[in-house]
Write a protein that binds this ligand. Sequence first.
Ligand code: ADP
Ligand code: MG
Length: 225
Amino acid sequence: MFQIKDLVKTYAPKKAEPVFALRGVTVDFGETGMVFILGKSGCGKSTLLHLMGGLDYPTAGEFVIDGKSSKNFTKEDYDNYRNTCVGFIFQEYNLLPEFTVYENLAIALLLQGKRAEKSVLREHLKRVGLELDEMRRPPQLSGGQKQRVAIARALIKDPRIIFADEPTGALDEKTGKDVLALLKSLSKDRLVIVVSHDAEFAHAFGDRVIEMADGLIVADSAVSR
Ligand code: ADP
Ligand code: MG
């Protein structure tokens, strides 16, 4: 249902040499499951995630979702895609630190045209295993709590695809595993694509592990258990 075809991304900084971040990536994804993308720093993982999520645009190539090519996306299609199809989770959470947990989630609800009632919001927090005072602000939360709030925020859209860029990079091992277990449970009924450089986590939690090197996919295999 989600195909990536010959995706190329060349960054052309004004005062530096061009960077060939993606050099032709082709890959197909199913409707559900947890897929890890592994690779060394600088190999193009985040670039690939950003292009797949419509946060940035390719130099060449396309993704195809439900038979529709991103090449034919209007600006409105891209907005729709970002607002309804995909959710993003980042290493540094990207919560708004000056706003309460309630407000961080309420903004996401309002953007979806949904009412930001406290009861609804508590349901969302419960879904990610959080019971906390929603009037607290991100700086008063632990890393694991912040990441769960970020996951709750992503889930408000009920996205078909969740993209997580090094979601455990700032967490200790135990908390990281808890967050991956949560993402794994969410992958039962949606596609979850996790960028990581931790092969052990990838093989422990992934249904499939894709390896990248130097802007290309160099390995792709199902995880047998
Ligand atoms: P990874 O996530 O695997 O560490 P990235 O996708 O962030 O890799 O980066 C791939 C390459 O593209 C790196 O060489 C990086 O320095 C470069 N790069 C990433 N973003 C930009 C940008 N906005 N401008 C110029 N070069 C970039
Ligand atoms: Mg990265």
